[in-house]
Design a protein around this ligand. Structure first.
Ligand code: PEP
Ligand code: MN
Length: 457
């Protein structure tokens, strides 16, 4: 094969970071063959539509909300959890639309976000060395179930399809209707001021909707190329996951007359640990038509970022690349401006969004992995300012959040602070994440209000 020729499997000639070794090669081949024959989960036309909407974000005409779990689990694939997640995504975007008066492009970390990169391949549990948990599509959380099992890739496909089926059902049955935002589980927001602020938006919105119905305008909202977005009660929602397991991604990659599409999700991103210039992941990512994200952490060099962009987007297509910065509140000042300027000099069109989660993880004295709300807000505020100072624009945000409730109807307690002032002692109350700590419903709305106020001014 010529040096530059790409195929869905050309990544195999490059070094694979975070690779998984399957003891049973035959079973792996069988699972991949089955995956290759299954229908696409999302369609090329939906993918093209998202790429177009991301070009609008890049031009400052819309805002990108990328959010969901650090990792989904097969067990959490329930009606309640999916509805709560979608409800939170809708509530968050409503606050932004209302305050900032910009359309919000919603991309969930959902319907396929199973695999996790790990900093070490093994861990010690009860004195025994075992393989690290790599996500439900690889092995089990139970320390006795850590051998990678290829059947889990198939299970990931079915859980993704089931999740997306329920999302599509919700969105076409009026769940997202702007006439019913109170249905999106505001019920468990305990802070009086957050409740009040959200309710005043809902009241204002009801008035505006009544008014537009009165004048007959409540029929369609022109948004994307090639038509209108349908009635006010419908919204677009796209899916995404980290494209970590390249065998899986390859099997769901389908040729079309306009190129190869990864039909497992609308948007895929490459993680901070797998974005090496000559690595397998970048090789795979450069050939697909989907819009892609690249995580940009403190170890990224200024010239590395432009080399990456030249590889994955040689034709400088708008909407194709989203750079997701994640330095940490202490490091954002050191790196972001240089990265912005390097990209500007290269002439590459990119969407910049801020992930204020992954550079701000710490271990509480009680042993819980957590994040301070203050650090999260600190990194967002610095990113907003640094973009403005450099004649750039922060086009969106990437969050790990959940609207999930426990059996008694309480939200999770995984991140410290926020308007609910969650303390270290409270972390253990409802810590449900088996991966990174997520903002709960109320803490997420706090972030939405901050952003909405920034863009309003
Ligand atoms: C993630 O987004 O869950 C993640 C692991 O991020 P990063 O690659 O930036 O560490
Ligand atoms: Mn994470």
């Amino acid at each position: 094969m010529a040096q530059n020729e790409w195929s869905p499997s050309s990544w195999k000639s490059k070094p694979v970071s975070q690779g998984v070794e399957y003891p049973d090669a035959e079973l792996l081949a069988k699972s991949l063959k089955k995956l290759s024959s299954l229908p696409p989960i999302v369609t090329p036309s939906e993918i093209d539509r998202l790429r177009y909407q991301l070009s609008q974000v890049q031009r400052g005409e819309a805002f990108l909300l990328h959010a969901g779990d650090c990792a989904e689990s097969f067990d959490a694939c329930t009606q309640e959890n999916i509805s709560a997640k979608i409800g939170l995504i809708l509530s968050f975007s409503l606050i932004l639309i209302w305050g900032a008066r910009v359309p919000v492009v919603r991309v969930g970390r959902i319907a396929g976000q199973y695999a996790k990169p790990r900093s070490s391949s093994h861990e010690t549990v009860d004195g025994k060395k075992v393989l690290s948990f790599r996500g439900d599509n690889v092995n089990g959380l139970d320390p006795n179930d850590r051998t990678p099992d290829p059947q889990r890739l198939l299970s990931a496909y079915y859980h993704s399809a089931t999740t997306l089926n329920h999302i599509r059902g919700l969105l076409t049955s009026g769940f997202a209707s702007l006439h019913r935002p109170a249905d999106w589980s505001l019920g468990h927001v305990r802070s009086a001021s957050v409740r009040k602020e959200f309710e005043s938006i809902v009241d204002g919105l009801s008035d505006a909707l009544d008014f537009s119905q009165t004048i007959g305008a409540d029929t369609s909202v022109p948004f994307e190329r090639g038509g209108t977005r349908g009635a006010l009660g419908e919204v677009d929602l796209y899916t995404s996951h980290e494209g970590l397991m390249l065998d899986y991604e390859e099997s769901l990659t389908r040729p079309t007359p306009t190129g190869h599409y990864n039909t497992s999700a609308h948007f895929l991103w490459v993680g901070d640990r797998t974005r090496q210039l000559n690595g397998a992941h970048i090789e795979y990512f450069r050939g697909i038509r989907n819009p892609i994200g690249i995580k940009v952490g403190p170890s990224m060099k200024d010239d590395e970022i432009t080399k990456l962009l030249d590889i994955v987007n040689p034709s400088k297509e708008p909407g194709r690349v989203t750079l997701i910065s994640r330095y940490g509140v202490d490091k954002v000042e050191l790196h972001l401006a240089g990265h912005i300027r390097a990209v500007q000099k290269s002439g590459h069109p990119v969407v910049w969004i801020c992930d204020p989660m992954h550079g701000n993880t710490l271990t509480a004295t009680s042993g819980y992995k957590t994040r301070h709300f203050g650090s999260i807000i600190g990194e967002i505020t610095s990113a907003l300012r640094i973009h403005t100072e450099n004649n750039s624009r922060l086009g969106g945000i990437s969050l790990e959040f959940t609207g999930e409730l426990n059996d008694e109807g309480f939200s999770v307690t995984e991140c410290l602070g926020g308007s609910m002032e969650l303390s270290e002692q409270q972390l253990g109350l409802r810590y449900q994440s088996f991966c990174d700590p997520r903002l709960n419903f109320e803490q997420s709305l706090d972030v939405a209000f901050l952003l909405s106020k920034h863009y309003k001014n």
